[in-house]
Design a protein around this ligand. Sequence first.
Ligand code: ATP
Ligand code: MG
Length: 367
Amino acid sequence: MRVDALQLEGFRNYEGLYAEFHPGINVIFGENAQGKTNLLEAVGYFSGAKSPRARSDRELISFDRETGSIKAKVWSQEREFLLESRLNRTGRRQMTKNGVKLKNAAELSGILNTVLFSPEDLYLIREGAAVRRRFLDTSISQLRPRYARALSEYHRLYEHKLRILKDWKEKPDLLETLEDFNLRLAQTGAILIHYRAHYIRKLREYAPDIHWRFSGGRERMELSYQTVKEIPDPEASPAELLPCLLAQQARLRAAELEAHACLAGAHKDDFLVTLNGISTKTYGSQGQTRTAALSLKLAEREISFHDSGEYPVLLLDDVLSELDPRRQEFVLNCIQGGQVFITCCEDERLQSLKEGKVFHIQAGKMI
Ligand code: ATP
Ligand code: MG
């Protein structure tokens, strides 16, 4: 998969832009607030047809315009796709694929997959478990529609159960429905845990090797899935996981009623990363936690490749400045196969770029 060309009009701080990209590495550099991240956002727009940072398409239209547009020439599944999205401040956007109108974004599924690494992701390992769960959830959802459906069902059931636990004292009748929600939560949670366990097993196949090379052969990474205590083998089938989840619910029932909170279930999942046997979250240095986070994202890219036969487009926003020269070199030259976009502020780092194309961005223009 690759984005061969991009044309923007009235998009963020780009009045108009036309760019043709390299099939390998593309470096976008410029000073702060010139439009580097905006360009990366546009490159990734057609994967899922939404921006990872904008809440609505309206945010993407230049302040002084009523409409905007993004056109991309994408190579995928051994053919070319011309994708266009016309953004409108008042109405709905209109999207076309090779000139044919699309009814919804789902029709773009599989054409452009991306793996985005933004500065917040540098804290993937440092932060609380929610961030790592989000990583699992978004990566698995891109590959498995069944997982995405189970996840939104789980969220819905969770909210419902939470309301019961919060209000049961005022409305004791609510407790009659609790068992039903518990059962459905456990059934849906079993699907999530099963997929997460298999995804982590795949991460284990790729991430430690990437991290090993990234650290110049110094750090051995290990990953372990942390889920419900009652589960002996999370890779078991959802049917086998179900009784374990029900057992946990039974154990925590009184505590849940007391605390008015959902304590049992898959929404507390986490995974632990160790380097040379030591917990990275607790003891890792800044550089180690960042590199480990990047290794996980690069592993996500490998998994996607092995699943679909094509590398997703890798979007790296502002990550070079946080790494030492050896690790920078690795990013610039050792990510083999597939197209990569990297934004950065300084140009001296680019001397170590062996092959690719460099774009200098200033105030929404390419110079
Ligand atoms: P940094 O190095 O600080 O990350 P950057 O080059 O990545 O900078 P961008 O995030 O791309 O910068 O933003 C560039 C500018 O685009 C910002 O100053 C922002 O105000 C402007 N901008 C964002 N959205 C719009 C919009 N809808 N219309 C016009 N300008 C916008
Ligand atoms: Mg930026």
